[in-house]
Ligand binder design. Structure first.
Ligand SMILES: Cc1cc2nc3c(=O)[nH]c(=O)nc-3n(C[C@H](O)[C@H](O)[C@H](O)COP(=O)(O)O)c2cc1C
Length: 186
């Protein structure tokens, strides 16, 4: 029997009514056979301080273990000022330390994102993340790409209501699981 693929979702927004969390929550409710999705909590991760990397705070240890134990990571993030929200970059920096213990090393990763804007739907932050993945030696899934513009029209009361968006989230999850099997050879 094939083993389940476990995907860890990480949201780049701490906002209570986050559109990006709604994308992840939808992914987690899909119940696709052979795929399990868990969502990380990065709200308690303190500001990165290299002085603390040898005595990591408990919340960082938990996140690092979750990433290490997952077959793949799925990041859903807003774009802040055309780049990566500080809370997400902070969590990634912790996950990459100390030297030699980068839990993103060889990790299959995918990104998606939602914005209230009508323009390019978080494309810029998602490409910035790809640059970071290169430094982390993570393996980004290239397609499908999920850039959700005009989020308030597609997500209401914390639920994804747009059928095309739902379909694309499902495709991202399925392709990420296939990608993880190829990378991890399982
Ligand atoms: C500090 C800040 C900067 C933002 N910069 C951008 C941006 O560069 N591009 C964009 O599309 N939206 C930008 N937004 C709007 C976000 O798309 C919007 O706040 C979105 O709802 C955030 O995602 P969330 O609902 O998951 O919290 C910005 C919002 C904030 C608070």
């Amino acid at each position: 029997m094939e083993k389940n693929i476990t995907i860890l979702g990480i949201c780049g927004s701490l906002r209570r009514d986050s559109f990006n969390r709604a994308l992840l929550n939808y992914a987690a409710t899909l119940e696709i056979e052979g795929i399990k999705i868990k969502i990380a909590d990065i709200s308690n991760i303190p500001n990165f301080n290299q002085d603390m990397e040898k005595q990591m705070p408990e919340s960082v240890k938990v996140l690092k273990d979750e990433i290490k134990n997952a077959d793949a990571v799925l990041i859903s993030t807003p774009e802040y000022n055309r780049s990566i929200p500080g809370v997400l970059k902070n969590a990634i920096d912790w996950a990459s330390c100390p030297y030699g213990e980068n839990v993103f090393d060889e990790k299959p990763v995918a990104t998606m994102g939602a914005t209230v804007g009508a323009f390019v739907g978080t494309a810029i932050v998602q490409y910035h993340l790809r640059e970071i993945f290169s430094s982390l030696n993570a393996h980004p899934l290239e397609k499908p790409q999920l850039f959700v513009a005009n989020a308030p029209l597609k997500i209401k009361d914390g639920k994804v209501i747009d059928d095309d968006t739902k379909e694309l989230i499902k495709e991202v999850v399925v392709k990420l699981a296939e990608w993880a099997k190829r990378i991890n050879q399982n």
